[in-house]
Design a protein around this ligand. Structure first.
Ligand code: TK8
Length: 338
C-alpha cells in the first residue's frame, strides 16, 4: 500500500469506528412511551419533556415515540409512580420528594438549606451520592435516569406578608406529601397540609389552603399569582425532579434502546437546567408585574428560620441512616470547596 492509500484506508476505518451506529442497524423496536408529568405544557417541565421526546425519536430513527402527557392528566406524581411500578405507564418526571414513601433515602434532598447554589446541587446530584440514592429505586420497581432542576423553593400565601417567623403562625400551608416537608413547616409554626400538586391550584382558589411553596418558575407557569398575593423569598430548600422509567418495562428493552433513552435523558437534563435557570432569573420580575407583593426576609429572620429548621436534620439522618447522611455532608462540603 502506498502512503496516500494507507492514509485513506485508515481514514475510512476511523470514520466507521467513530460514526454513530445508524439507528436502522441497532436493536431497536417500534415503541410507544407514555411519559407523564405534573406541570402544564408551557412550563420548564413541559419544555424539557419535549426535548426528551424529540431526542428519543431522533436517536431511534423514528422507531421510539414518546407521547408526552402533562398537567397531571395521568395522575399525581404518586399515582404515576404506582402506574410505573405496575407497568401500566412507561415513564414520568416528578419531584423526588413524592418518592420518599417508596425509597426513604430520597428524603435527603428535602433537607432545608442543603445547597447554597445550583452548582453545588448539580455536583452532588450527578455525583456518586446522587447515583447511589437513584439506584435504590430499582428494588422498588423504578429506574431513575437523571435529575432535573425543579429549583429553590419560595413561599406564597394569601393572608399576610411573611416578614418574620411568627407570621407563619396559623397559615394553612400546602406541602408536598412527605414527612420532611410536613415536619419542616410544622417546626416553623405553619399549619402544614399535605396535598398532591394536581389539587393545589383549586385548593388555593377555594381557600382550602392559604399558601404553598414552589420555585418561581412553577408559581408563574401554574398561574399561582392569580390566587396568591404575597411572595416571600425564602429559598428554603432546593428541589430536584427525577426522570423515571418503569423497571418492569425497562428490563424488557434492548441495550440499544436503553442507550437511546439514557442519551436523550442526559440531553434533556442539560437543556432543562439551563432553561429553568434562565426562566427563574426573570420570573420574579414577571410575578411582580402580575401583581404579587414580594418581600425578602431580613438576614436576622432568615437566620432564625435556618436555625429552627436545623432541628429536623437529626430526624432526616435517622430516617436515611447515619452513613448515608455523612456521605451526603461530605459530598456537599466537597462541592462547596470545588
Ligand atoms: C409537579 C410537582 C411539583 C412540586 C410540588 O408534579 O408538588 O410542589 O414542586 O413540581 O412535582
Amino acid at each position: 500500500m502506498k502512503l496516500p492509500q494507507l492514509v485513506a484506508a485508515v481514514g475510512v476505518a476511523l470514520a466507521a469506528a467513530t460514526a454513530p451506529l445508524s439507528a436502522a442497524a441497532q436493536d431497536i423496536k417500534p415503541r410507544l412511551i407514555r411519559f407523564g408529568y405534573g406541570l402544564v405544557e408551557q412550563s420548564n417541565q413541559g419544555r424539557a419533556v419535549k426535548v426528551f421526546a424529540d431526542e428519543v425519536e431522533r436517536l431511534s430513527g423514528g422507531k421510539m415515540k414518546v407521547r408526552a402527557i402533562g398537567a397531571a392528566a395521568l395522575g399525581s406524581d404518586v399515582q404515576m409512580q404506582q402506574a410505573l411500578i405496575g407497568g401500566a405507564q412507561e415513564m414520568m418526571v416528578g419531584s423526588t420528594a413524592t418518592l420518599v414513601g417508596i425509597t426513604k433515602e430520597m428524603a435527603v434532598w428535602d433537607t432545608p438549606f442543603l445547597f447554597n447554589n445550583a452548582r453545588e446541587a448539580d455536583l452532588v446530584l450527578d455525583g456518586p451520592v446522587g447515583q447511589k440514592i437513584m439506584d435504590k429505586l430499582q428494588d422498588k420497581g423504578l429506574v431513575g435516569l437523571v435529575y432535573w432542576e425543579n429549583g429553590f423553593r419560595n413561599l406564597t400565601n394569601n393572608k399576610q406578608p411573611v416578614q418574620k417567623l411568627e407570621d407563619l403562625n396559623g397559615i394553612k400551608l400546602r406541602v408536598m406529601q412527605n414527612n420532611v416537608f410536613l415536619d419542616s413547616f410544622k417546626t416553623l409554626g405553619a399549619n402544614a397540609v399535605p396535598l398532591p400538586f394536581s389539587e393545589l391550584f383549586t385548593a388555593l382558589e377555594t381557600r382550602a389552603v392559604d399558601g404553598q411553596e414552589n420555585p418561581y418558575n412553577t408559581i408563574l407557569s401554574s398561574k399561582f399569582y392569580e390566587v396568591q398575593k404575597y411572595l416571600t423569598i425564602t429559598n428554603h430548600v432546593y428541589s430536584p425532579w427525577i426522570v423515571l422509567a418503569s423497571k418492569k418495562w425497562w428490563d424488557g428493552l434492548s441495550k440499544d434502546e436503553k442507550n437511546v433513552l439514557m442519551e436523550a435523558a442526559k440531553k434533556s437534563r442539560e437543556f432543562e437546567r439551563k432553561d429553568t435557570r434562565e426562566e427563574a432569573a426573570r420570573a420574579l420580575a414577571e410575578l411582580k408585574a402580575k401583581g404579587m407583593q414580594v418581600n425578602e426576609l431580613s438576614p436576622a429572620e432568615a437566620n432564625r428560620m435556618r436555625e429552627k429548621l436545623s432541628a429536623i436534620h437529626a430526624s432526616i439522618a435517622n430516617q436515611v441512616g447515619q452513613d448515608l447522611w455523612k456521605e451526603l455532608q461530605a459530598a456537599v462540603a466537597q462541592a462547596r470547596a470545588a
